[in-house]
Unconditional design. Structure first.
Length: 170
């Protein structure tokens, strides 16, 4: 049986990881799957689309979100109401959190992330799969596929057309 090293929140918050940030769950630092070109392209296009079309929000990639006292998630993209948050960690629920699937993502780990975000008060968790070119919307009311190819929110309405996220800008 493999042993896990338990670290404090303070140690996690003061550690830099040379190959990308990590998530922290109840004393355990978790490695994240790093995307490949398709992942990075979709992630970048989502950020550009949201930042360009919805200036009343602050959009960012891979920023720490403290979802509980001893749980920190690092979503691929998040959208926060208003201006850039103060400090170095997001401490209030983003309006939307987006996870772009990597080849090695596991369904059980993804569901735990979705559950953490929704329990924290995130209104919408969008999951985008670059390989199948499909998107899913998760809320406290349930989950569904965006069959029309557009991820949407209500109040305010935000629309993310998936076809544009999968096609490189030329």
């Amino acid at each position: 049986m493999a042993s896990m090293t338990i670290v404090s929140v303070d140690e996690y918050l003061h550690t830099s990881f040379p190959d990308g940030d990590r998530e922290y769950i109840d004393g355990v630092i978790l490695e994240r799957n790093f995307g490949e070109i398709d992942h990075a392209g979709v992630q970048s296009r989502i950020l550009i689309c949201l930042a360009t079309h919805y200036p009343q929000f602050w959009a960012a990639v891979e920023v720490r979100v403290q979802v509980q006292a001893s749980r920190f998630r690092v979503p691929d993209v998040c959208l926060v109401r208003g201006p850039e948050p103060e400090g170095s960690i997001i401490l209030r629920p983003p309006f939307v959190v987006i996870e772009v699937l990597s080849r090695n993502d596991r369904a059980d780990e993804l569901q735990e992330k979705i559950d953490d975000h929704l329990a924290f008060g995130v209104n919408y968790v969008w999951v985008v799969n670059p390989r199948t070119r499909r998107g899913y919307v998760h809320t406290s009311e349930g989950s569904r596929e965006a069959k029309d190819g557009v991820l949407r929110t209500q109040d305010p309405e935000i629309a993310l057309p998936l076809a544009e996220m999968f096609s490189p800008a030329r």
